[in-house]
Write a protein that binds this ligand. Structure first.
Ligand SMILES: CC(C)(COP(=O)(O)OP(=O)(O)OC[C@H]1O[C@@H](n2cnc3c(N)ncnc32)[C@H](O)[C@@H]1OP(=O)(O)O)[C@@H](O)C(=O)NCCC(=O)NCCS
Length: 193
């Protein structure tokens, strides 16, 4: 009798050309705090900049999420393969059945090297292969040009703008919704021309 696969989990670590995407561990605290306490990094994120207590709470919640069953949140450390340094974080979250939300952030010193594009491409493959997503989405502040460009470069399609999508950090956020349907990704991956 064929067994029906019901579990959805990522095959970790994920290795890209220059990076390893892996589970966070407690000893990553200093690296996480370094980038998440930087207001330039958190400018377009709903949280932060974090103080040490807030980083500790975040890491505690994140480590607990690794034990959840079924697991819906995969927030991963981005480690540079050559140096072994943690340079940022990325995540895939199952927000509804077969719909996965994708995100990423990097320490400012790492911007402009193509890392986010490399991460996002690997996460897209993992979401469709391992999590068997039908649709990947990402929401991004309308002024976050670098992130919008990353989403465009990996083939995500603009679908909508949400005015006053969320209230955080004392302001309303207008956000773009970008989407990658499974059919589009499959077509792009099977074309031979
Ligand atoms: C968004 C972020 C992850 C991008 O990381 P990155 O590794 O620098 O991204 P990449 O190098 O892969 O690609 C960035 C692209 O944006 C472009 N870009 C950067 N700043 C830009 C700007 N102000 N206006 C327009 N394009 C910009 C780059 O030129 C590049 O495009 P190109 O390859 O066509 O030249 C990084 O800036 C970051 O961590 N920001 C803070 C956290 C954040 O905002 N996360 C996203 C939340 S939705």
């Amino acid at each position: 009798m064929n067994r029906v696969r019901t579990e959805r989990t990522l095959n970790l670590p994920i290795r890209t050309g220059r990076l390893v995407l892996r589970e966070f561990v407690q000893s990553d605290f200093d690296a996480i705090h370094a980038y998440s306490s930087d207001p330039r990094v958190t400018k377009y994120l709903f949280f932060g900049p974090r103080d040490r207590d807030s980083t500790a709470d975040y890491l505690e919640g994140l480590l607990a999420s690794q034990e959840e069953l079924p697991r819906t949140r995969f927030e991963l450390a981005v480690e540079e393969t050559l140096s072994g340094r943690v340079v940022g974080a990325c995540d895939l979250s199952l927000i509804e059945r077969n719909v996965v939300d994708l995100g990423y952030m990097l320490a400012m010193a790492e911007w402009g090297k193509g890392y986010a594009t490399e991460i996002a491409l690997a996460l897209v493959d993992a979401a469709f292969f391992d999590l068997r997503a039908d649709r990947i989405i990402s929401t991004v502040d309308v002024n976050n040009r670098a992130s919008i460009r990353v989403l465009e470069k990996i083939g995500m399609r603009w679908e909508a703008v949400f005015r006053k999508h969320r209230r955080a950090k004392n302001r309303w956020w207008d956000c773009h919704l970008f989407v990658l349907p499974r059919e589009v990704w499959e077509l792009a991956n099977t074309r031979t021309d």
